[in-house]
Write a protein that binds this ligand. Structure first.
Ligand code: IPE
Ligand code: IPE
Ligand code: MG
Length: 233
């Protein structure tokens, strides 16, 4: 059964996580350096995220740079960090103009001071009371996040779901209803491991720079056909 996205009964996921994978292969397929793929990938973020926000998604978390991505050749890491420094502000301007707030998750102490300053500047442009959030995961790892949350909870004295979740980067955001991974791999690669407990998973062979709004609409439709039981009958 295909549901109609224009129907008023449509359930829109509150929070979508996107593993934006396949930039390197996109470039290699075109006999271009991998860095060209990363640039194309960055360009694709605003149209796709804007579309999700227009559909009423309250939160989008983007996996842009993992803790493990630091282990790539240093030339590629440098390009990625350079792209964050140069492109984050222009990339988020349109999202901010739409009234969304933009936040960054991950261990930012890894980044040079000038990049950390860009991250702080982007977040400082947020206005109070924004109803939608774009959360960009940079030097983010699910295991590191869990350890951080465990430490926060331990400090508070009692380890409960509440005290633990307070230490997650996603604290205060809605449940992660849906994870999309482009680029053909069927794994989470250390993305939102705690939050993914009951997420609906969507995998596509489409490489991130080629992923468009039509394919996102198809996934939003399919989301409506999935029966979510949360362990109950
Ligand atoms: C995803 O694309 C972007 C980052 C991990 C930074 P990749 O760079 O992993 O592209 P592939 O998977 O090698 O094609
Ligand atoms: C996941 O992609 C990380 C991001 C998209 C930022 P990777 O390309 O790093 O994942 P693996 O290495 O295929 O698991
Ligand atoms: Mg990859």
């Amino acid at each position: 059964m295909k549901s109609d996205l224009s129907s008023e009964n449509i359930r829109i996921p509150a929070h979508i996580g996107i593993i934006m994978d396949g930039n390197g292969r996109w470039a290699t397929n075109r006999h271009l350096p991998r860095t060209a793929g990363h640039r194309a990938g960055v360009k694709n973020i605003t149209p796709v995220v804007s579309h999700a926000l227009e559909k009423g998604v309250r939160c989008v978390t983007l996996y842009a740079f993992s803790t493990e991505n630091k282990n790539r050749p240093q030339t590629e890491v440098k390009t990625l960090v350079g792209l964050i420094k140069k492109q984050l502000k222009p990339m988020t301007r349109e999202l901010l103009a739409r009234g969304a707030r933009v936040i960054v998750s991950g261990d930012r102490s890894y980044f040079p001071d000038d990049v950390q300053a860009v991250l702080a500047e982007v977040e400082s442009e947020n206005t109070d009371g924004a109803a939608q959030t774009v959360n960009i995961a940079l030097n983010y790892g699910g295991r590191a996040e869990i350890l951080r949350a465990a430490a926060t909870a331990a400090q508070s004295g009692e380890i409960t779901e509440q005290s633990f979740e307070r230490g997650l980067y996603t604290y205060g955001m809605p449940e992660l209803d849906m994870i999309i991974r482009t680029g053909g791999e069927k794994r989470l690669s250390n993305f939102l491991l705690y939050q993914a407990a009951y997420s609906e998973l969507f995998f596509t062979d489409t490489l991130w720079p080629d992923f468009g709004t039509a394919e996102l609409d198809g996934m939003l439709s399919e989301f409506n056909t999935r029966t979510r039981r949360f362990g109950k009958l």
